[in-house]
Design a binder for this molecule. Sequence first.
Ligand code: NDP
Ligand code: 8X3
Length: 251
Amino acid sequence: MTSKTAWITGASSGFGAAAVERFVAGGWRVIASGRRAERLQQLVDRHGADKVHAAAFDMRDESAMRAAHAALPPAFAAIDLLLNNAGLALGTSPAQQADLAQWKQMIDTNVTALVTMTHLLLPQLIERRGAIVNISSIAGSYAYRGGNVYGASKAFVTQFSQNLRCDLHGTGVRVSSIEPGMAETEFTVVRTGGDQAASDQLYAGAHPITAGDIADTIWWIANMPPHLNVNRVEVMPVSQSAAGLQVARDA
Ligand code: NDP
Ligand code: 8X3
């Protein structure tokens, strides 16, 4: 018997797509959003329109986001959990060679769209004592070359999550930040502008996190007893660890 509804952003790929599978298997209804409508439709076709509602729009388009929210079918209108997962990294160049348009796209998606979505759903999440799960990254805690704006956008997500907890004190709404390390999804293909070989090379032999691993983590958080809040989860593949600082001699 389906009892709860989750809105999963970035449901067309990676962590979001795996989370759709996990939540539907667990009996939830899912609103699946992303830009690629055909991928979202495949989820509806696989699970049925009573289990998955596809909401295809660009997260950076606030009017489209609001229209998708207003157009939710009645069975999907009461939202218990928001998974703020849609996001991306673009480029690996150092800041001084980076493309400003890519920086702005990361901020618009990872930061501005995430807070807009959260602001939109907060009233009903409070009414239903719901939950917000934000997908941040280890890139928000550990600096690395080429991480520049991507890492900074994820530091925002981590801190926004903790600040939300303070503001939502006493409401019963739970807020969690998941901070994954290296995970094999479409992330690196997107980051490199479509270079599948670069993606394959990055993950080769590294036994990276899988999308299913993160879906399981989200599911675990969503099913905590109501008196518990998982504040932050940082998870890496065993093969990955933090490296030391760098020194430029006689610079
Ligand atoms: P994927 O590229 O596989 O998935 C990204 C998802 O975000 C897609 O469904 C994509 O949908 C959606 N998305 C991106 N831009 C927009 C937009 N403007 N509007 C709507 N949806 C958008 O990567 P992951 O699954 O790895 O990434 C999910 C989250 O996890 C991201 O926030 C990422 O930063 C984070 N993360 C990833 C890690 C990794 O190593 N893979 C590690 C730590 C965090 P579509 O293209 O259809 O719009
Ligand atoms: C993605 C993880 O380490 O590639 O957020 O930046 S990392």
